[in-house]
Design a protein around this ligand. Structure first.
Ligand SMILES: C[S@@+](CC[C@H](N)C(=O)[O-])C[C@H]1O[C@@H](n2cnc3c(N)ncnc32)[C@H](O)[C@@H]1O
Length: 231
């Protein structure tokens, strides 16, 4: 199994538990409100063609669609896509989900107005190649908006057993941002790719929700950031 296959296998197997956590009923209404504001701030009011890369269970994709954007979500993990499609089936004008590699999404140039990626940069094997490819998919005036944090400053192997078994030394070596100590490393990737107006925004409302409701066992509350840039 190569590094990407290990990553994909981890997320496929983890999909039901990940989705249940994302949909925690006690947090759901607050969460939807807060993330709607995050994506509205990042992408503005104009309705756009958005590609959500590494869409997972479709969390960002569903919120973007509810905001009126036309959304396509791609992921490599079948298990994650199954959860995402289950959510899409509950709404009208929901996202379309398909299998695809976030590093090299297979769409014609200038297919989208925006690329979104939540919690994906840290687990991308070639983030600079990915951002260059995303830029080619964007029309003039397009925007890239990623959300991430410094999840693994203590090292990938410090996490839970199943996670560490998949995110092993080979995978860690393939992921330049996985153990980054600062979100500035993510912003630098967008900068180096040639995006303009690269902006890092701490997501205070999400931090406050994490404080109010707590985070997953074995995790610590961490500031998350929106990092945006324009083509
Ligand atoms: C932490 S989850 C985030 C899921 C979702 N974006 C969210 O906000 O909940 C990371 C996701 O990235 C996906 N992923 C990792 N590398 C990928 C790649 N090269 N191409 C497509 N998806 C990828 C995984 O399968 C997983 O669904």
């Amino acid at each position: 199994m190569n590094a990407q296959d290990k990553i994909t296998a981890y997320w496929s197997g983890h999909a039901p538990a990940y989705d249940a956590y994302q949909q925690r009923p006690e947090r759901l209404a607050d969460n939807t409100r807060a993330w709607s504001a995050v994506w509205r701030d990042a992408l503005g009011e104009e309705k756009r063609d958005v590609l959500d890369v590494g869409t997972g269970t479709g969390h960002a994709a569903m919120i973007l669609a509810a905001l009126g954007h036309r959304v396509t979500g791609i992921d490599l993990a079948d298990g994650m896509l199954a959860e995402a499609r289950r959510h899409a089936a509950t709404v009208t004008a929901g996202p379309e989900f398909m299998q695809g590699d976030a590093v090299a999404p297979d769409f014609p140039p200038a297919s989208f107005d925006a690329i979104a990626a939540r919690y994906v940069m840290w687990t991308l094997r070639e983030p600079e190649v990915a951002v260059a490819n995303w830029m080619r998919l964007l029309r003039p005036g397009g925007i890239i908006a990623v959300v991430d944090s410094t999840w693994h400053t203590g090292g990938l192997q410090a996490s839970t057993d199943r996670f560490a078994a998949h995110y092993d030394a080979e995978v860690g070596a393939a992921l330049p941002l996985a153990e980054a100590a600062s979100i500035d490393d993510t912003a630098a990737v967008l900068d180096r790719a040639g995006l303009t107006d690269v902006t890092v925004t701490p997501l205070l409302a999400i931090y406050e929700l994490d404080e109010k409701y707590g985070v997953a066992p074995g995790h610590q509350i961490q500031m998350q950031y929106a990092v945006t840039g324009l083509v």
